[in-house]
Design a protein around this ligand. Structure first.
Ligand code: A2P
Length: 278
């Protein structure tokens, strides 16, 4: 058995060290790469268990052993269902029970993952339409990083509009790299070059486009910039991921435009999920 102290050095273990200590029914995976974007954001990729299946857009519980106890938080899987590895995009909360430790992981370290993925931001929860809007703020872009790399999304919708709003310009970098890589991808690049639109804005720094997405919807600037008609429940679909307040305010605007909220067992015009942090 491995001993876990309060020092983070003891929290980060190798997969072989954790196998014995890990709770039953949990995968112990190995970190493959880590990229830090700002002092608040980082991405990591890890091995994917051979038996693990999920639908693009779902989330899973990710954890570390901290002082002998597993601590988990919900994380959207940012990689698509076909990918051999699993990708996650995380916030760093200085005193966060999990992320204060998770932000220090390095390739070769072990990460725990519960076996059951779930979530509402999936293509199955939307009825077919012409255009799908993926509204995201901050790390809320993660489930859409999965969906924009899934061919099914482009088969279901003619146009895929990914909006990403962050406080600062540097926080847009993950999404910018993601979209560029997706457009150059041999598997889905052709779809993405034709059908994917990336629409960014910043709220606390100078940038060519500033303001919250809710403001850009309300004023009609979003539609004007994109050269498309305002939201129409007959053809437009929406997916929303961000903070609780962002979800509430964006959802209210979609409902005002006549779109109804859907779920896995009752597909409709839009779906909502919170970006899990901590
Ligand atoms: P703002 O800078 O005006 O608060 P956070 O990191 O707090 O989740 O914020 C990420 C982005 O989401 C920020 O640009 C923030 O704008 C924006 N935001 C925060 N609250 C809302 C809301 N209720 N509706 C729309 N956007 C929001």
């Amino acid at each position: 058995m491995t001993e876990y102290g309060s020092n983070y050095m003891n929290v980060l273990a190798k997969p072989t060290e954790l196998e014995a200590a890990a709770p039953a029914g949990v995968f112990v995976e190995e970190v493959m790469s880590v990229q830090h974007y700002t002092d608040r954001l980082f991405k990591f990729r890890m091995t994917r268990p051979a038996s693990f299946r999920f639908r693009s857009g779902e989330f899973v519980m990710i954890g570390l052993m901290i002082e002998g106890k597993p601590i988990y938080r919900a994380y959207s899987i940012a990689s698509p269902a076909w990918d051999e590895e699993l990708e996650f995009f995380s916030i760093k909360v200085p005193d966060g029970p999990l992320t204060s430790h998770l932000q220090k992981i390095q390739p070769g370290d072990a990460v725990l993952m519960k076996k059951k993925p779930t979530g509402t931001l999936v293509n199955d929860a939307l009825i077919p339409g012409k255009r799908v809007y993926m509204f995201s703020t901050g790390t809320g872009i993660a489930p859409f990083a999965s969906l924009i790399r899934d061919p099914e999304t482009y088969e279901k919708f003619d146009q895929v509009i990914l909006t990403h709003t962050c406080r600062e310009v540097a926080e847009l970098k993950y999404g910018e790299d993601l979209v560029e890589e997706t457009r150059n991808d041999p598997l889905i690049g052709e779809y993405a070059r034709e059908q994917l639109v990336h629409y960014t804005s910043v709220t606390r720094e100078n940038f060519p486009r500033t303001g919250r997405i809710t403001h850009l919807i309300e004023t009609g600037k979003l539609f004007e910039d994109l050269g498309v008609p305002p939201l129409d429940p007959a053809v437009d679909r929406g997916m929303i991921c961000g903070s609780m307040d962002m979800l509430k305010d964006t959802k209210a605007l979609l409902e005002k435009a006549g779109l109804n909220e859907g779920a896995n067992n009752k597909p409709a015009e839009f779906v909502v999920e919170r970006a899990f942090v901590g």
